[in-house]
Design a protein around this ligand. Structure first.
Ligand code: NDP
Ligand code: AKG
Length: 442
């Protein structure tokens, strides 16, 4: 089984799916050597089977804008693999998405969900709809039309979507309302719901908090701590903001945040009070970081934060946001750790450079698994018709992130100085592969 051959075949079959090829290569590099050593995986062609999703659903979304004009978007749901449980993963609304985007995200999600040890398969979906600049009514009508196309394919024990870029609490509310209207059922068909009607406490904060818990576990493994570390965070959405909030709570210094228009920097770190204002600006006022005014805060329009000086880089915006050139800049500074809060945030060249330079990397499928883990806990609460306190959910989240860290350590070659990319991929793959073997050839 030859990795180059696998990638070459994929490229020939789907030349345009460059992000999917990138995600497959990253996993193949770690997992194929293990597969070669196990006849049971080779004979059952487990890795090859994982190179295609179980199912791709594509649908047209037709809706009326405020001017009464007919608007048309594409909708997708990639049901990637359900060996471990119902398909589970977010929905993304962003103008740049393509089927490729959801294939790479669904593939990654399958191994990430396996790492949580909760019964969840992997899936991802969304639309090329751009929520920016749309009125509240337009977003609502779009979500209703999107659910019209999706509802027959999902269900509490079949496929349970959640949020991702461009899909937050507001969109989940409209999507859930539409599902309920179409089916007459209140069921755990979406997570990230409002805690008032079945959502879990701490789901909104979970991805960011989970990243910081994973980072703290990595540091503790090296007798180090988060206190005083200078952290550059990119993004200013759900993941970035709650990562920043938890970092400040743990006495780290958050020196940057960014959005699609530029970045802000404060050399001695944002205070908890300033972060609260930024959360208000981004979450409720729909503002841009350029509008934030704070003592000692500088704004750099159209730029990324990676040229600043920091110990820890936490890319939390989107895929491939860190290029090879960005990595050169980071390596010229004091960079020691990268914690991938976004999915696949490093270009392949950037990741290679960081690994060669000996930078400690927390891969996304481990570091950002806290969000989907609390989604799993939301499913449990819904199944029991119960609602747990924020304290209880947070405690469970910390325990899950610690377990994921431990599993990565145990699956890496060197447990003292673990390569977390290797550990996470092997731990996730083994769990999915073992389940697939027990089902036979299907
Ligand atoms: N939400 C979740 O629970 C989880 C999310 N993730 C991943 O985390 C990442 C962020 O998701 P989330 O925080 O939910 O999304 P949000 O939509 O809440 O925030 C995304 C942020 O990134 C910025 N951004 C988006 N695209 C670009 C781009 N091309 N260039 C520069 N900045 C960009 C946005 O800028 P602007 O504010 O200007 O729009 C925004 O600040 C994604 O990779 C997602 O897949 C992973 C696990 C769980
Ligand atoms: O909570 C979920 O189901 C999905 C989270 C997600 O999309 C992700 O982990 O990338």
């Amino acid at each position: 089984m030859d990795i180059d051959q696998i990638i070459e075949t994929l490229k020939q079959k789907t030349p345009e799916e460059v992000e999917f090829h990138q995600a497959v290569k990253e996993v193949a590099d770690e997992v194929v050597p293990l597969v070669r050593d196990h006849d049971k995986y080779v004979d059952a062609r487990i890795f090859e089977r994982l190179l295609a999703p179980d199912r791709v659903i594509q649908f047209r979304v037709t809706w009326l804008d405020d001017g009464g004009n007919v608007q048309i978007n594409n909708g997708w749901r990639v049901q990637y693999n359900n060996a471990l449980g119902p398909y589970k993963g977010g929905l993304r609304f962003h103008p740049n998405v393509r089927l490729d985007t959801f294939k790479f995200l669904g593939f990654e999600q399958t191994f990430k969900n396996a790492l949580t040890r909760l019964p969840m398969g992997g899936g991802k979906g969304g639309s090329d709809f751009d929520p920016k600049g749309k009125s509240e009514h337009e977003v609502m009508r779009f979500c209703q039309a999107f659910m019209q196309g999706l509802y027959t394919h999902i269900g509490a024990n079949r496929d349970v979507p959640a949020g991702d870029i461009g899909v937050g609490n507001r969109e989940i509310g409209y999507l859930y309302g539409a599902y309920k209207q179409l089916t007459g059922q209140h069921e755990a068909v979406l997570t990230g719901k409002n805690p008032g009607f079945g959502g879990s406490c701490v789901r909104k904060e979970a991805t960011g908090y989970g990243c910081v818990y994973f980072l703290m576990n990595m540091l503790a493994h090296r007798d180090d701590e988060i206190d005083g570390k200078r952290c550059a965070v990119s993004g200013a959405g759900n993941v970035a903001l709650y990562t920043a909030q938890k970092l400040v709570e743990r006495d780290a210094k958050v020196i940057t945040l960014s959005d699609s228009k530029g970045y802000i920097v404060k050399d001695d770190g944002f205070s908890a009070e300033e972060l609260k204002k930024i959360v208000q600006l981004k979450e409720t006022e729909n503002g841009a970081l350029g509008d934030f005014d704070g003592d000692g805060v500088c704004y750099h329009e159209g730029k990324k934060p990676w040229g600043e000086d920091f110990d820890v880089a936490i890319p939390a915006a989107t895929q491939n946001e860190v290029s090879g050139e960005d990595m050169d800049q980071m390596l010229d500074g004091s960079l020691k750790i990268i914690c991938e809060a976004a999915n696949m945030p490093l270009e392949a060249e950037a990741r290679t450079k960081a690994r060669e330079a000996g930078i400690l990397i927390a891969p996304a499928k481990a570091a950002n698994a806290g969000g989907v883990a609390v989604s799993g806990l939301e499913r449990s609460q819904n199944a029991m018709h119960l609602s747990w306190s924020a304290k209880k959910v947070d405690k469970k989240l910390r325990k899950i992130m610690k377990q994921i860290h431990q599993d990565c350590v145990e699956c890496a070659e060197d447990a003292d100085k673990p390569d977390y990319i290797q550990g996470a991929n092997i731990a996730g793959f083994k769990r999915v592969a073992e389940a697939m073997l027990t089902y036979g050839v299907i």
